[in-house]
Design a protein around this ligand. Sequence first.
Ligand SMILES: O=C(O)CCC(=O)C(=O)O
Length: 262
Amino acid sequence: MTLSAADRERYHRDGFAGPLDLLAQGEVAEVREAIAEVIDHLDDLEPELYEVEAAHLERPGEVVCHFLGGWLVHPVLRELAFDPRIAAVAAAALGVDTLRLFHDQVFSKPPHHPGVVPWHQDYSYWRRTAPVQHVTVNLLLDDSDEDSGCLMFLPGSHRLPLLPPIPFDADLEAIREHVASELDWDPVAVPCRAGQATIHHPLTLHGSGPNRSSRWRRAAVLNYIGPEVVVADDSMPLLRGVPRLAGGEPVAGEHFPIVWQR
Ligand SMILES: O=C(O)CCC(=O)C(=O)O
């Protein structure tokens, strides 16, 4: 599996592509179960993960459940991070021969949950690594549409300069105070079926609204990097629990494993 020429062109032109058919229904059900197991034990597992959204732990009824590092604690999530079908698509978007896992994430919105994912650029959280040779695959674990808070993208926004990081418990539109008012704000919502994914550039603005439906809306997110990515700021570890790499060192090694090679 790889990106079609049309999807690759769209990725470069608009900064995102999808929906892409990646996983079968039985496989998606297995990932949903794995995520439910992690979320059921989130307090106990928190020290082993890279991060659990602190605002969610404080206000679970308001803030989306979001955590990083599921691959460290659950074999099914580990398998997902190494899934060659997902990695091949990411490598094709980046145009690289070797792809490493940067980290994974989970976003989980229960039915009728008011939590949003504010508009943001992924790279705003990753600026301690450079150059920009990162890519994100957002795999839907439930059918998603505008009612359930599917992902939205601002086409062409990957050509904007780097914007400030936005806290995940901010308002959906918080980024707009940092964006020129003359910018054409014309987002595109991308509904997906469970097992489909979108792929986006690390500077592409994206976000998602509340879940107004009676359905779950969960996503497993894989963040990958190409071989040129090095540590740009070594003042702290890139991820909690990961040994500090020196400035200029490749982001590589067992914590950033190779998931795909041509
Ligand atoms: O699934 C969402 O609503 C947000 C996901 C996201 O921010 C991402 O895939 O980078």
